[in-house]
Design a protein around this ligand. Structure first.
Ligand code: CP
Length: 321
């Protein structure tokens, strides 16, 4: 089994083209599936994949979240520790950034103490790429502005890939809600289309990114219409922190047209529902639908640890050879 894992990591590292994971853009289907196979190994080791490995032994991972997070931060930290790394959290608000030290000075200062891998969430699109260009370390983008959240996209697709036993081609997946402000949507559209899925979307006109071409995605006018078409629906949180105001008539109007309720779900026995979290219950999804057997929201969170373990293993292997 261990040899099988080593072989899968070696193979994935050979075909994976970048030394970082900054974006879902440019990832090929073979690269993605090779990561899924490693993640599946970790999932099948048992719930929460608690078995320890030494794949990152001797490596120092800096977990730098300049924006709030629960699931991404904790799952990256658990993933790194389960792979044997030393993990240090950088607390942006308690750091010398507050005294005016720049992002790049902060990076150089921490690297001078010895760092191998950075996991970074930042409110500015492109901040993680900027850091990667000014360091020899490996960088994993844990979400930058509204640009990309590649590990969330990978874990969402991995959850569907497992549910559909690896058969993604021709499956229909719609993304519903605040697409304009969503880095999760940007990563997911790219990954889903690369894996052969048909994609759709439903959102108010103010929450669709006209500046960003969602190639091939069909537009639907309501969650009902989109979910009748789709095999799976990814609901997105309304990101009020990124809205400059006036983009929505009212939460209840949005919920009626673009939300998921248990009465709608009853008519959709075929549907799988996802949400990257955190959920605004009663807005994107009501609590009953979120707890329904067709919802894989908790499975997404569990799979997040395994997918992040897989990506970190591949990048560490690539760095070594
Ligand atoms: N899905 C997601 O990124 O959640 P967190 O903000 O809690 O990390």
């Amino acid at each position: 089994m261990a040899n099988n894992l080593d072989e899968m990591i070696r193979h994935a590292a050979e075909i994976y083209r970048s030394r970082h994971l900054l974006t879902a853009e440019g990832l090929g289907a073979e690269e993605i599936v090779s990561i899924f196979k490693i993640a599946e190994y970790f999932v099948e080791q048992g719930i929460n994949g608690r078995k320890r490995h030494d794949i990152l032994r001797g490596m120092t991972v800096i977990s730098a979240f300049f924006e709030t997070s629960t699931r991404t931060k904790i799952s990256f930290d658990l993933a790194a520790r389960r792979l044997g790394a030393d993990v240090t959290a950088f607390q942006a608000t308690a750091s010398s950034l507050a005294k005016g030290e720049s992002l790049l000075d902060t990076l150089a200062t921490i690297n001078a103490m010895g760092a191998d891998m950075w996991v970074v969430r930042h409110s500015q699109s492109g901040a993680v790429e900027l850091m990667s260009r000014n360091s020899d370390c490996i960088f994993l983008n844990a979400g930058d502005g509204r640009h990309q959240h590649p590990t969330q996209g990978l874990l969402d697709c991995f959850t569907l890939w497992r549910r559909w036993k690896g058969e993604m081609s021709g499956k229909r997946v719609c993304i519903i809600g605040d697409i304009e402000h969503s880095r999760v949507a940007r990563s997911n559209f790219l990954l889903l289309q690369t894996l052969g899925c048909e994609t759709g979307m439903a959102a108010p006109g103010t929450l669709i990114p006209h500046s960003w071409p969602i190639l091939g995605a069909r537009r639907f006018l309501s969650s009902k219409e989109a979910c009748e078409w789709a095999d799976a629906a990814i609901f997105l949180r309304l990101q009020k922190e990124r809205m400059e105001g006036g983009l929505l008539p009212a939460n209840d109007g949005f919920a009626k047209r673009y939300g998921m309720t248990c009465s709608l779900l009853q008519k959709l026995p075929h549907l799988t529902i996802l949400h990257p979290g955190p959920v605004n219950y009663g807005v994107e999804i009501d609590a009953e639908s979120a707890a329904d057997k067709r919802s894989v929201i908790r499975e997404q969170v569990t799979n997040g640890v395994a997918v992040r373990m897989a990506v970190m293993s591949v990048l560490a292997q690539k760095q070594r050879h």
